[in-house]
Design a protein around this ligand. Structure first.
Ligand SMILES: Cc1cc2nc3c(=O)[nH]c(=O)nc-3n(C[C@H](O)[C@H](O)[C@H](O)COP(=O)(O)OP(=O)(O)OC[C@H]3O[C@@H](n4cnc5c(N)ncnc54)[C@H](O)[C@@H]3O)c2cc1C
Ligand code: FES
Length: 259
């Protein structure tokens, strides 16, 4: 069940420049799943809209968020400390596993792809998936890497960096090609060009793929249409070729969305 509450910060640490990890004590943990997100409300009245942040890990009564500071909202979160309260609403969205849970067996080969700040939801997904896993993460540089140890413990782990300072120089798709990774199902979260590459791979090799979209959001609860992405089919809600990322997603079968 979705809750809106003042969650208490259990801990906050900087993982690398501009990237923070925050554990929150919250009842939202009880029904949370990999790939869902919480709407986090800045405290200043001048910033009313919540910021959507993916759930990176789920504890018994706590969740972990890993986020990059990009604007005023996330900068405000980064200045908070253990014991402070942060208003959140969640868990929101559909998650990465519901559509495929039945089809995943111990021998299934899953390919998890995260790009930049799309990497955090891959950690909880890797923990929930009981099958063979290849995990490929794309970072800007070797100095800006995060969650590498945790992800390495969950499966075959590969890295790409834009500047070649760690792993394969180039994109996650270059790393996948270089390692000759084959998969039965793909899960991905990251920037739009990366998701386009995932769609091409999915179509070329006839592999089902599920992508988590990170559109800009406003209300975060399906009311304002501020987060729509283009879909291949007409949407039941808006009667046009649109999907609301916050309410219909953020996870879509790659065949459903125009990337
Ligand atoms: C489903 C989903 C999951 C996300 N998960 C993460 C995560 O795990 N870690 C992380 O670092 N970032 C994540 N993001 C991106 C994050 O929401 C934005 O970086 C954040 O909202 C920026 O807020 P700001 O106030 O710092 O920046 P500002 O630019 O000041 O934000 C102004 C407004 O734009 C919206 N906005 C700005 N950038 C984005 C964006 N990329 N996506 C959505 N809304 C945006 C904000 O919600 C706010 O309303 C996610 C986005 C979505 C949609
Ligand atoms: S953010 Fe308002 S409908 Fe999605």
């Amino acid at each position: 069940m979705k809750v809106k509450e003042a969650a208490t910060i259990i801990s906050q640490e900087c993982l690398c420049e501009g990237v923070y990890s925050m554990w929150l004590a919250t009842a939202a943990a009880r029904d949370a799943q990999a790939g869902q997100f919480v709407s986090v409300y800045p405290n200043r009245d001048s910033r009313l809209l919540p910021r959507p942040i993916s759930i990176c890990e789920i504890g018994k009564d706590s969740i972990r968020l890993v986020y990059r500071t990009v604007g005023e909202g996330t900068r405000e979160f980064s200045r908070m400390n253990a014991g402070d309260e942060l208003e959140i609403l969640g868990p929101n969205g559909n998650g990465l596993l519901p559509a495929v849970r039945e089809e995943i067996r111990p021998g299934t080969k899953a390919l998890l792809i995260g790009g930049g700040i799309g990497i955090p939801p891959m950690l909880e997904l890797a923990r929930e998936l009981n099958c063979d896993k290849s995990i490929v993460c794309g970072y800007r540089t070797g100095k800006e890497m995060f969650l590498t140890e945790e992800l390495e413990a969950e499966g075959e782990f590969y890295i790409s960096t834009d500047d070649g300072s760690a792993g394969v120089r180039g994109t996650v798709m270059d790393a996948i090609e270089a390692a000759g990774i084959r998969a039965d199902v793909i899960f991905a979260c990251g920037p739009r060009p990366m998701l386009r590459g995932v769609k091409e791979l999915s179509l070329a090799q006839s592999i089902p793929a599920y992508v988590s979209m990170e559109e800009r959001m406003a209300c975060g609860v399906g009311a304002c249409l501020g987060c729509v992405c283009s879909s291949e089919d007409i949407d039941d809600h808006s009667k046009v070729k649109n999907k609301r990322v916050c309410a219909d997603g953020p996870v879509f079968a790659v065949s459903e969305v125009v990337l």
